[in-house]
Design a protein around this ligand. Structure first.
Ligand code: SF4
Length: 336
């Protein structure tokens, strides 16, 4: 599935995210008063270009899913802006918003939970057509059958219920449902995490083939860097709601610069392009998003932190073209 950068035919940005912030209220006590704010996403900026896959990597709780849901307009950002194909999502009217939703779809982690067990799979796949394309009802079934064929589900199985399928087949049905409306952009949120390792590769290959065939842009969310390595053109690494490094896949996996990226990669066994050899063990737990550390958010666990790291937050700066890193020691301006 991997494409070299120069093979991506069109580098126009389809999704533009700028200074995205999402804070959730934390409530407690008998009256449910707001006791604090969870800083799920805290000033994130990136683009997703037409036809590319941006991999979003990071531990559980780093803000990956929140970013995906904000882009899809399923939750409202606290601040910041999101543009889709040049249109500001926050200023869209109801009709324009509905149109744009048709162009964006999501594939969830757990296929079993995201399929209605009382609907036939052909109806599940064609459901979005009823909502978004009410002008051509006669074509729904054929469109759904064709999408099912594309994902490897034979038409003679189309009138069965989800429970008759394996988890890998169920995820194929979810992919068919997401692609039936011919979206331009898909958020794939840990789409293979709930599947057996033996099935993961076939689902990833299917997604890659469909992406190439349909010219999709993908935001691929995963905590497993082996999966990211398999699918992404570029990779953004997230820590406690902030991007700490973003670069082309080859660069991230062969020349990671941020200490957190290096630690994540060092924990992955047998990466084909693995840069690491020595395991980097991080001390302590990830701090709470309710009270993130001052300065660099990673300084409480960073093996090379210096005094300045706890005082001032580093910016995400370009070190080489598309390769951007947020670390005082990478630009060499603070060594102690
Ligand atoms: Fe580590 Fe300091 Fe760099 Fe943060 S800024 S990653 S604490 S060296």
């Amino acid at each position: 599935m991997n494409k070299e950068w120069h093979e991506i035919p069109n580098l126009k940005s389809l999704v533009v995210v700028r200074n995205l912030v999402k804070h959730y209220p934390y409530r407690g006590g008998p009256l449910g008063r707001v006791r604090g704010w969870k800083h799920a996403v805290d000033g994130v900026s990136f683009d997703i270009r037409e036809g590319e896959t941006l991999g979003l990597a990071g531990e559980s709780g780093s803000g990956k899913t929140t970013i995906g849901l904000c882009i899809l307009d399923l939750i409202k950002p606290t601040s910041g802006s999101i543009q889709f194909d040049g249109r500001d999502m926050a200023s869209l009217g109801r009709e324009a918003s509905k149109d744009i939703r048709r162009e964006m779809q999501i594939i969830f982690e757990n296929p079993h939970a995201s399929l209605n067990p009382r609907m036939r799979v052909v109806d599940i796949v064609s459901e979005g057509l009823f909502i978004h394309r009410p002008d051509s009802p006669g074509a729904y079934r054929e469109t759904a059958l064709e999408m099912l064929r594309k994902v490897g589900i034979d038409r003679h199985l189309a009138d069965r219920y989800p429970g008759a399928f394996s988890s890998g087949q169920q995820q194929r049905i979810c992919i068919a449902r997401a692609l039936a409306l011919q979206p331009r952009f898909v958020v794939a949120d840990e789409p293979v995490s709930a599947l057996d390792a033996s099935i993961q590769a076939s689902i990833l290959n299917l997604l890659g083939d469909l992406q190439s065939e349909l010219g999709l842009s993908l935001l691929f969310i995963a905590h497993d860097l082996r999966v990211i390595e398999h699918v992404a053109d570029r990779v953004a690494v997230l820590y406690l709601g902030k991007i700490v490094e973003i670069a082309r896949r080859q660069t991230i996996f062969s020349h990671p610069l941020h200490p957190y990226t290096r630690a994540l990669l060092s924990a992955v066994p047998a990466l084909p392009q693995g840069s690491k050899n020595q395991r980097i063990l991080l001390s302590g737990e990830t701090p709470s998003a309710l009270d993130p550390p001052q300065g660099c958010r990673f300084h409480t666990r960073c093996p090379i932190a210096v005094h300045h790291c706890s005082i001032e937050e580093p910016s995400l700066i370009s070190v080489n073209g598309d390769h951007r890193v947020s670390c005082w020691l990478v630009d060499g301006s603070h060594s102690g």
